[in-house]
Design a protein around this ligand. Structure first.
Ligand code: KE4
Length: 423
């Protein structure tokens, strides 16, 4: 597969855009490639400017559960944009999408739309601190909650590749109230609460980690966090920017039956347009301006175009049988992929339509396990799959995603390609 035009496009982009990309993980540095430049995408495929087609398992980092360019989303957006793209004044689509979100996430009694997952988690943390009048937050190694300063410590996703605890430019003081524990480590959390308990505003986590690759919570982990935060009157925040609408229409909180105090959603909720949302118990959300003293705002928050894309997306995924169809197809794939992964000294972590193949042996249940994986082998695997027209998420610290448009044949071919991989 020739990618000359992408290479030339990248040489030009780097003269204008930092690193040639508008988000680091796209640079493909981790896998020793230069980025693809995409011409268009539809359903389960992306097409680069050299005319190559790839089955896409990254789906813009988990956005396209319906597949790229879904007709009903496109139509909704075309109609919305004819009516003006933003008013900076309330519009009916905002309430309409909020109703659908609450139908899927009953714990979100009140909510507020923002433009990115980063804004959603940053706002949720500020709200938790304002509501509890406490300053400490607890996060977990390898969890990524966007790039707000106080959350860029021991973070996953692209930060995991920086090789240090957090990003340059974040003064130590900014993260001095961010306490970090290993994922799945109840003892470490217990110790933190014994020392700081009365001053902890919130615990925030990915209820299924996806930003260190997919790492599932141990059976007791989420119930334990629910119990200890309630005991200390700290808030439990589920960052469901990835798991929301992906594991089920009600995300991880429905899948595991644990109700957080606050939830953040992104990606799928905007249908591919800049929208995210945070929400939770009414008495907490009432602390937000204009009713309460916690300030949070955004020019394009709730804009009718993104709201219309979200409404069209949720309308599709809330259809009877959507998740049965999606998970039925994926479950069949799991058995075969698990077997071939074992033959190839890989570990498959999967839940619902999100999965990671780790280049290691034994269990992968936290960030240090992921840091022991063979990054060179992963990079070789990525390049091998790319040569065969499959775009997997370009980092061991990311999840792969399956959309409703991925066919049984796609999944069978994925398994055959893994079988044929000899690094
Ligand atoms: P955004 O600000 O990128 O919309 O969302 C931040 C965020 C928050 N919480 C979770 C659990 C997330 O996964 C993310 C963003 N995910 C990454 C990929 N793992 C976005 C891709 C990128 O950074 O380019």
């Amino acid at each position: 597969m020739e990618r000359e035009r992408s290479k030339k496009a990248f040489e030009e982009a780097v003269q204008y855009i930092a690193g040639g990309v508008n988000s680091p993980v796209r640079a493909l540095k981790a896998v020793g490639e230069t980025p693809l430049f995409i011409d268009h995408a539809v359903d389960n495929k992306i097409y680069d400017i050299d005319g190559n087609a790839y089955t896409d398992y990254c789906l813009s980092w988990g956005v396209f559960l319906l597949g790229h360019a879904h007709p009903s989303v496109n139509q909704a957006v075309h109609e919305a944009v004819e009516r003006g793209s933003s008013y900076g004044i309330p519009s009916l689509p905002e309430t309409e999408l909020a109703k659908l979100v609450r139908k899927c996430f009953p714990s979100m009694q009140r909510m507020r739309f923002v433009n990115s997952g980063t804004e959603a988690t940053m706002s949720a943390i500020r709200l938790a601190r304002g509501y509890t009048n406490r300053k400490y937050i607890v996060k977990f190694e390898g969890n990524y909650h966007g790039h707000a300063d106080h959350l860029l410590v021991s973070a996953g996703s692209g930060v995991a590749r920086l090789g240090n605890a957090s990003s340059a430019g974040v003064p130590r003081e900014f993260v001095s109230q961010t306490l970090v524990a290993p994922y799945n480590d109840t003892e470490a959390v217990k110790k933190i609460f014994e020392e700081y308990g009365q001053e902890i505003a919130a615990v925030i986590l990915e209820p299924v980690a996806a930003n260190m690759g997919v790492v599932l919570p141990d059976n007791k982990f989420l119930p334990f966090l629910r119990e200890i935060t309630s005991a200390y009157q700290s808030l439990l925040i589920f960052d469901e920017v990835i798991t929301g609408f992906r594991l089920s229409s009600g995300g991880a909180q429905k899948w595991f039956g644990i109700e957080p105090d606050l939830t953040t959603l992104g990606k799928i909720v905007g249908g591919g347009f800049p929208a995210a949302v945070f929400g939770g118990r009414a008495e907490i959300m009432e602390m937000l301006a204009p009713n309460g003293p916690v300030y949070q705002a955004g020019t394009l928050s709730g804009n009718p175009v993104a709201m219309s894309a979200g409404i069209a997306t949720l309308t599709q995924l809330m259809r009877e049988g959507f998740y049965e169809e999606l998970n039925g197809r994926v479950d069949a794939f799991d058995k075969e992929l698990r077997e071939v992964a074992k033959e190839k000294n890989m570990v498959l972590n999967r839940v619902g339509p999100m999965f990671t193949l780790f280049f290691t042996q034994g269990e992968v249940r936290n960030f240090s396990d992921v840091n022991r994986t063979d990054q060179q082998r992963f990079a070789a695997f990525f390049r091998y799959m790319l040569r065969h027209g499959v775009y997997v998420s370009p980092s061991q610290f990311e999840s792969n995603f399956i959309s409703i448009k991925h066919t049984k044949e796609d999944l069978e071919r994925f398994v055959e390609l893994v079988r044929g991989f000899n690094d």
